[in-house]
Design a protein around this ligand. Structure first.
Ligand SMILES: Cc1cc2nc3c(=O)[nH]c(=O)nc-3n(C[C@H](O)[C@H](O)[C@H](O)COP(=O)(O)OP(=O)(O)OC[C@H]3O[C@@H](n4cnc5c(N)ncnc54)[C@H](O)[C@@H]3O)c2cc1C
Length: 375
């Protein structure tokens, strides 16, 4: 029986391990952290947005869109759902195609994986950080343990609290792989502007990024005010585009015209604005407008912030960049060493907010498992 070693017990590593163990392979998973799937358990605000029904390569950033698209077409969102449901549970889409476990608990998805891995006798080593991966002439040596094939699924550089700080890339570089420039993606923006008193307020808004007066991004979704700027899914999408010095113009009431709003603003008191926006937000806006209805209207339709940066890898959800997809084959096998495969965020593929990154983790894990089984 061949021995397959998986480095990283996150979404991609666990999914790959399940597929290989089901096919009868002897599988070992080494996970640097104290538990499997710690990041998976934190996804989707703890609710686990595992995929998105509205797929398409336009939702992804990569050096090799043709190969990424082929993998995502071979293992689409529907396949991810049936794979997850084959372990138990029910997964349902919301109105925007975002798929969650019916119980809306991300940690329960991790529990499904743990149960399945245990049921198939997968050897899991926790608090085991792999530091040395070498080819000995006819096999791999993973910190001294022999393996016939290795899947490197150790994640990227974002959210280091979950064990991903970028220190796994050298394991691939030792085989001649390169790493593209890395940057934080899906990340809160640091901003200057009238945000005092707004921390914690979340609202549905339309956000425009302006550069030299021209719109370079416009998107609608949640905007969450923080103590240093803004976060939320609309902001995460904007973070792919926004640069230091850009202006954000936030329409806090996108379904109401300025004309209709004008009448309401005329009646607002200086210390409150009821039933228009969330109360806490209304109070701050009314105070800023100081009794001027036109200013209040402007603040609601074009709330101004200046981008001063992002919160960096420590607060990013994903890494932009990684090992080029072009350095792998259709099953994500290394072009430089047969038997070495990649899966998940360690590769140069990242997606928009809304389940696209876990979809890549699961689809790439399936492709790598397919490759291991056929090599
Ligand atoms: C807060 C948060 C919320 C998110 N929400 C969503 C969401 O709702 N939907 C979505 O699609 N995506 C979401 N994402 C992104 C998504 O979680 C990741 O893209 C996905 O988990 C990547 O899977 P992965 O298995 O490649 O990497 P990871 O899940 O990061 O797993 C990699 C694992 O490898 C381990 N490791 C690293 N180096 C070593 C080593 N040398 N030896 C052994 N183990 C090692 C790490 O400890 C880690 O457990 C979110 C991310 C964050 C941070």
């Amino acid at each position: 029986m061949r021995k397959i070693f998986i480095i990283g017990g996150g979404a991609a590593g666990m999914a790959c391990a399940v597929r290989l163990a089901r096919a009868g392979e002897s599988v070992t998973v080494a996970e640097r952290g104290p538990r499997l799937g710690r990041k998976l358990s934190a996804t989707g605000n703890g609710q686990g947005n595992v995929t998105n029904l509205h797929q398409g390569i336009s939702h992804y950033f990569t050096d090799d869109p043709i190969k990424a698209a082929r993998i995502l077409e071979r293992y689409p969102a529907e396949e991810t759902i049936s794979f997850l449901q084959s372990m138990g549970g029910i997964f349902l889409p919301d109105g925007r195609g975002r798929v969650y476990p019916a119980g809306r608990q991300a940690s329960a998805v991790t529990d499904l994986f743990r149960r399945e891995l245990c049921g198939h006798g997968v050897a899991v080593f926790l608090e085991k950080r792999v530091e040395r991966l070498v080819w000995t002439g006819n096999r791999f040596s993973v910190d001294g343990t022999e393996a016939d094939a290795v899947v490197l699924a150790a994640g990227g550089k974002a959210a280091p609290e979950f064990g991903t700080d970028g220190t796994a890339y050298p394991l691939a570089q030792a085989f001649g792989h390169t790493v593209t420039p890395l940057s934080p993606a899906l990340v809160p923006l640091r901003c200057e502007g009238p945000i005092r008193g707004l921390k914690g307020i979340r609202t549905d808004a339309e956000l425009t990024v302006l550069r030299a007066g021209k719109s370079v991004f416009c998107g609608r979704g949640d905007v969450l005010f923080t103590d240093t700027g803004v976060s939320g899914d609309a902001v995460f999408r904007a973070s792919s585009v926004a640069q230091e010095g850009d202006l954000l113009s936030i329409d806090l009431l996108p379904d109401v015209s300025e004309e209709r709003l004008g009448a309401v603003c005329g009646n607002a008191r200086e210390d409150e604005l009821l039933c228009v926006v969330p109360n806490g937000l209304g109070r701050v806006l009314a105070r800023l407008a100081a009794g001027d209805p036109a200013a209040l209207c402007r603040l609601i339709k074009r709330f101004p912030l200046k981008v001063t940066g992002t919160l960096g890898f420590s607060r990013a959800q994903v890494t932009r960049g990684g090992i080029p997809l072009a350095e792998t084959d259709e099953c994500l096998q290394s072009n430089f060493r047969r038997g070495l495969f990649f899966a998940g965020e360690i590769l140069n593929v990242d997606g928009e907010c809304g389940g696209y990154n876990l979809q890549w983790a699961f689809a790439s894990a399936a492709a790598a498992a397919e490759g291991v089984l056929s090599c």
